[in-house]
Design a protein around this ligand. Structure first.
Ligand code: PLP
Length: 273
């Protein structure tokens, strides 16, 4: 256990991009881990320039800098869960895959970040291919949104049957469990439906649809909440259901910051046992 951490407190590592506005990336991840009673550590894969209106630039860190951030943590802390977000280059994907294998890192939740909602390409094209080949099989769960599931599978998704098909396709491509998130589905439903596909079949997870423009970093937040709950020993279904509840609370309590899509309030629901 990390020195100075409450007894029994689990350490969760985020490997992701840095969003200075704090709605997405490692800042969102750390707040989420803390809200869910875990100790957060983080390695930054890319320094971005952005606010609630959009992403303006991304300064990708060399793979060796990413490795240099992670290795000292692994030799000092016992890591109970890992959230992986923006992996911008092929080399960084490879480095992260090597570290997961070398150190047998548990409870890896992979958020296959490709493009921001505002349309900025956060990762290089070759990184996406490498992500599929190297990281899909290493993750306990992969959490694509509709656009990411479409891009990774080539399918066009308009309903939850299509989402289940995309999950199955991603399993054929090597993933163990896939949560296809339906938050961006067109239509005025009162629910946000996500579809989980794993070796036990297909399950739907429903939560209230929160009508707000403040949705910046919802994917980062959900995947981090799942990683924290898995790190605390919950099974996959319980972790996903609890993480969705957490996200709903965070979206409902959004502080209304910025002139665009503002951040949720990551500390709206605190469960710091
Ligand atoms: N910045 C970083 C570092 C991210 O990881 C992500 C998404 O995962 C974004 C920005 C985009 O967030 P959004 O799609 O909510 O705009």
């Amino acid at each position: 256990m990390a020195k100075g951490v409450a007894k029994g407190m689990r350490v969760v590592l985020s490997i992701a991009g840095f969003d200075p506005s704090g709605g997405a990336g490692v800042l969102a991840d750390i707040k989420t881990f803390a809200a869910l009673g875990c100790y957060g550590a983080a390695a930054i894969t890319s320094l971005t320039s952005q606010n609630t209106l959009g992403v303006f630039a991304a300064y990708h860190q060399p793979a060796e800098v990413v490795r240099a951030q992670i290795e000292p943590l692994l030799s000092d802390f016992e890591i109970a869960g890992v959230k992986i977000g923006m992996l911008p280059t092929r080399e960084t994907v490879e480095t992260v895959a090597e570290l997961i294998i070398e150190r047998s890192l548990p409870n890896v939740v992979l958020d296959p970040v490709i493009r921001s909602t505002s349309g900025y390409e956060l990762i290089e094209r070759e990184a996406a291919a490498q992500l599929v080949e190297r990281l899909l099989p290493l993750a306990a769960l992969v959490t694509p949104n509709l656009a990411e599931a479409e891009q990774l599978t080539g399918l066009s998704l308009t309903n939850d049957e299509g989402m289940a098909k995309a999950g199955e396709r991603l399993r054929e491509m090597g993933a163990r469990a896939v949560l296809v998130k339906g938050g961006d589905l067109k239509g005025e439903t009162e629910e946000a439906i996500d579809v989980l596909v794993d070796e036990r079949g297909c399950r739907r997870f429903s939560a209230a649809r929160v009508r707000t423009r403040h949705t910046h970093g919802t994917g980062c937040t959900l995947s981090s909440a799942i990683a924290a709950r898995l790190a605390r020993g919950e099974d996959l279904d319980t972790a996903i259901a609890g993480a969705k509840e957490y996200l709903v609370a965070a979206l409902r309590a959004a502080p209304g910051l910025g002139h665009g899509a503002g951040p949720p309030n990551h500390l709206a629901m605190s469960d710091g046992r």
